[in-house]
Design a protein around this ligand. Structure first.
Ligand SMILES: Nc1ncnc2c1ncn2[C@@H]1O[C@H](COP(=O)(O)OP(=O)(O)OP(=O)(O)O)[C@@H](O)[C@H]1O
Ligand SMILES: [Mg+2]
Length: 298
């Protein structure tokens, strides 16, 4: 973890204590790639079906990404994932841990919606990815299966080429050996030997590159509070390396990332809110201050 997470401090504000970093630890060299998201609404007859049936989508106005980190927040079902998926489609970002977004049959409605989005860029980056936390575990399993398959192929080659020269054996095993080495370099020897949360952080550490645009859907899902702070630290490191993030989250910890833009999908149209006004934050704070108040009727 960098110095940043270690120095996240609790500052007392009169009404709403907030997690803030020391200003001198905020990245200075920040870059915003995707500047605004515009939307051309469909004719009235078409706006009854999903996703136009979702109030935050139907009433979407231009969104400005004024900071390198933007959070989408709101109740379950308020439209965060739908918009994130549609931005990923419009930006032609690759998906990690799921089928290519272009060929994903479950995203047909989002594709229709994405065609109505207008992205404006200050720096059109081709780096980055879209990741749904819930897809990641299938992805880790898939990597694990691929690794076992490469290792099996290498053992076969050892037997098949037992009487051949080392040169011939090297040629035959090259592709599988190179793929294995690449997987190990990117993801560690075996993501399966890490817990879900560990492998998730490891994936981010290996796949975030400078100058990327990253769309993350609920990245907090497998992460402990401590690991969420590690993710905040990682975000900060990547922001300092010209990366931009748009993150759908329910996590009061992640949402505390300083100087982030927070867009609430509980407003129609979706609108900017302050950290201290978030229901997620206030409800969590009230609950932790007095759990019995919420639980005594159980
Ligand atoms: N393919 C679909 N077809 C029809 N309705 C859908 C489809 N996908 C999502 N919805 C509906 O659209 C609404 C918005 O869903 P979305 O997944 O974007 O919400 P969300 O804000 O990401 O919620 P959560 O916090 O639970 O992840 C929900 O009411 C959901 O039931
Ligand atoms: Mg969602």
């Amino acid at each position: 973890m960098s110095n940043y997470a270690a120095s996240v401090v609790l500052r007392e504000a009169p009404s709403s204590p907030q997690l803030c970093p020391k200003d001198d630890l905020l990245p200075r060299d920040r870059v915003i790639h995707l500047r605004t998201l515009g939307y051309k609404a469909p004719p009235a007859a078409e706006d009854v079906a999903f996703p136009f049936s979702v109030p935050s989508i139907r009433q979407l106005k231009t969104l400005e990404f004024a900071t390198p980190v933007t959070f989408f927040v709101g109740e379950n079902g308020s439209g965060k994932s739908t918009l994130l998926e549609s931005i990923a489609l419009a930006a032609a970002l690759p998906a990690i841990g799921s089928a290519s977004l272009d060929s994903d049959a479950t995203l047909e409605a989002q594709r229709t919606f994405a065609r109505r989005l207008r992205l404006s860029w200050t720096h059109r980056t081709r780096k980055g990815f879209f990741l749904r936390a819930e897809d990641f575990f299938g992805f880790a399993k898939e990597l694990s299966r691929a690794r076992v398959e490469f290792e099996r192929r290498l053992r076969e080659i050892d037997v098949e080429y037992a009487d051949r020269s080392a040169w011939a054996r090297g040629l035959a095993s090259g592709p599988a050996a190179a793929s294995l080495a690449d997987m190990e370099r990117r993801y560690g020897v075996d993501l399966d030997t890490n817990s879900h949360g560990q492998s998730f952080l490891r994936l981010f550490q290996s796949r975030f590159v400078p100058g990327g645009l990253y769309l993350l859907d609920e990245p907090e899902a497998p992460l402990s509070p401590q690991s969420q702070l590690a993710l905040i630290s990682l975000l900060n490191d990547m922001v300092a390396q010209q990366s931009q993030f748009i993150i759908a989250t329910h996590s009061p910890l992640l949402l505390a990332y300083p100087r982030a833009t927070i867009v609430s999908f509980d407003r129609q149209p979706a609108a900017l809110v302050d950290y201290g006004d978030l229901e997620h934050v206030n409800l969590t704070r009230d609950f932790l201050a007095d759990p019995q108040r919420f639980l005594r009727h159980l």
